[in-house]
Write a new protein. Structure first.
Length: 170
């Protein structure tokens, strides 16, 4: 090995070390942008927001995300069963009905949440199960007028009369 080859190897090693350092810094910056403070083990986003508001928003967002994921999985399972050639025609008819009902319930839940938010409620969750609707609403106090308004919205969208309203301070 001559001197020239030795210098090339040392320069390449130096470049590899620099690339490793740059990658480490870049990944740390991305974690910070994503809201992770790796040095302190904290979420930097939660340091900048009011803890009470974050908890309430997280509760409703997480609940909605869980509900939506469950419904999407159920729709996917129903669709797979409908498309399965080994399923009898009668069973497919039942599955098609379930699929349609769930798809309509998802649409209605979203519409109820949107209408109630437009009426001034900050956080709203709606669950529709066959002939019953459950509305979880963030509020300090729920008056009879509020309850009646919520029931009217649910009835207008779904024609369901059995409405359970659950106030939440979370």
């Amino acid at each position: 090995m001559n001197k020239k080859q030795g210098v090339i190897i040392v320069v390449l090693l130096a470049l590899i070390v620099c690339a490793g350092i740059a990658a480490t810094k870049l990944n740390a910056d991305l974690d910070y942008v994503a809201g992770n403070d790796m040095l302190n083990g904290k979420n930097t986003i939660s340091l900048n927001e009011s803890n009470e508001k974050t908890t309430a928003t997280n509760f409703f967002q997480e609940s909605q995300l869980i509900r939506d994921n469950k419904e999407a999985q159920t729709l996917q399972t129903l669709k797979a069963l409908i498309d399965d050639e080994n399923v009898s025609k009668e069973e497919r008819t039942k599955l098609n009905k379930q699929y349609t009902e769930l798809a309509l319930a998802i649409k209605d839940q979203s519409q109820i949440e949107t209408v109630l938010k437009s009426k001034g409620y900050d956080e709203v969750l709606c669950y529709i199960n066959e002939s019953k609707a459950t509305v979880v609403i963030k509020t300090d106090e729920l008056t009879e007028k509020d309850k009646k308004q919520i029931q009217e919205v649910v009835m207008d969208v779904t024609q369901i009369r059995d409405v359970e309203i659950q106030p939440s301070k979370k």
